[in-house]
Design a binder for this molecule. Structure first.
Ligand SMILES: Nc1nc2c(ncn2[C@@H]2O[C@H](COP(=O)(O)OP(=O)(O)OP(=O)(O)O)[C@@H](O)[C@H]2O)c(=O)[nH]1
Length: 336
């Protein structure tokens, strides 16, 4: 149950200190707490799946209405028409063949199918490159800067790795300031340029600095203004090339932040950005503020890009590794 940060990151052997006996003993309780919070914070999406549907799933008999109600509820939760049709079709077939009897069995199978859809690849992040360069991209306001800050915090404070931040969103002084605050909190260095300077050169300097001090991870922030799409996409491709000049094979990981409250629009953003640069993982933020949490499934199913992290609130502990089984269970579970 519930992946933690050690499950998300692939580190160089020996870098991550083995958990103490005390930590190991506390782990199951910690994971239970995580799941409880996930479930609570995803209440809006769960409610969107409908009380009626809940009753159907857990208590009702399966009949013609069941499929229609299920379809409607999944579409309302932004799971997407294609994915919904696939899931409901599969369940209907299994019920016809006699493999599913009663609401409880249906609910269990639905949870399994949704988890299978949400799981794309192993969803891990390899930070063993020394330094590993993580480039973060996404539209302004999706939670990119906070995601970088929280990631840096976990890498530095929990995994004991050395991080350098690169403030390559040079168009917004506020973004640089915000990142600077996070660098203080996480206790890591930040490389920035003058306002309006070339984002590529800031990214280049950040990777250079990471190499100089023997950092484990360099996280590069980028701008996300969508008003001039072509220009933005060109800029991102250029930053990638420049990073590659400083360190062959880098960036090793490109993470796209998507605001889940934007629903299907988030899916379009994932498609758009992944056409411009290869995207290795999605950070799906603001799942706490939306009834459209099903978008995680639509993104995974329709882009094939794994959701690696989710944001379920503004607190530090509210950014966490994505766990497909927990996610599906939190969507459909009832009671405490
Ligand atoms: N409720 C909630 N708020 C979040 C989450 N993630 C980020 N936020 C908030 O969303 C707002 C925007 O986040 P930023 O990190 O500034 O977004 P950004 O994409 O960097 O945007 P710019 O700074 O405008 O480039 C902030 O107020 C964050 O605290 C989340 O998972 N849940």
């Amino acid at each position: 149950m519930a992946r933690d940060w050690n499950d998300l990151f692939i580190t160089k052997a020996g870098v991550t200190a083995a958990a103490s006996a005390e930590e190991a003993a506390a782990a199951p309780e910690k994971k239970r707490r995580f799941f409880k919070r996930l479930r609570e914070n995803m209440a809006k999406t769960r409610e969107a799946l409908g009380a009626e549907l809940q009753a159907t799933l857990f208590e009702g008999d399966i009949d013609e209405d069941t499929w229609e109600r299920l379809e409607e509820a999944l579409i309302m939760a932004d799971v997407g028409a294609q994915t919904t049709a696939k899931v409901v079709g599969q369940l209907e077939q299994e019920a016809t063949e006699g493999g599913l009897v009663g609401g409880e069995a249906l609910s269990q199978r639905l949870t399994e199918l949704l988890a299978d859809i949400a799981r794309t690849g192993d969803g891990r992040i390899d930070v063993s490159h020394g330094p590993t360069v993580i480039m973060t991209i996404g539209v302004n306001g999706t939670g990119k800067t906070t995601t970088i800050g929280k990631l840096a915090w976990h890498l530095q404070k929990e995994l004991g790795l050395t991080v350098v931040l690169g403030a390559a969103d040079t168009f917004r002084a506020a973004a640089v300031e915000q990142l600077e605050q996070w660098s203080v909190r996480a206790g890591c260095e930040i490389v920035k340029g003058p306002e309006g300077s070339d984002p590529g050169s800031v990214a280049f300097e950040a990777v250079k600095r990471g190499r100089e001090i023997g950092a484990d991870v360099v996280i590069v922030d980028t701008a996300g203004r969508l008003h001039n799409q072509d220009h933005l996409m060109e800029e991102l491709a250029k930053i990638r090339r420049v990073i590659g000049k400083q360190l062959a094979d880098a960036p090793h990981e490109t993470l796209l932040t998507v605001d889940s409250t934007t629903g299907q629009n988030g899916l379009r953003q994932a498609q758009l950005f992944s056409q411009a640069v290869p995207v290795d993982g999605i950070v799906l933020t603001k799942l706490d503020g939306t009834a459209k949490g099903g978008i995680a499934l639509a993104i995974a199913a329709e882009t094939g890009i794994p959701v690696k992290l989710i944001g379920i609130g503004e607190a530090l502990e509210d950014l966490r590794p994505f766990d497909a089984d927990d996610f599906a269970a939190a969507l459909l579970s009832r009671g405490d």
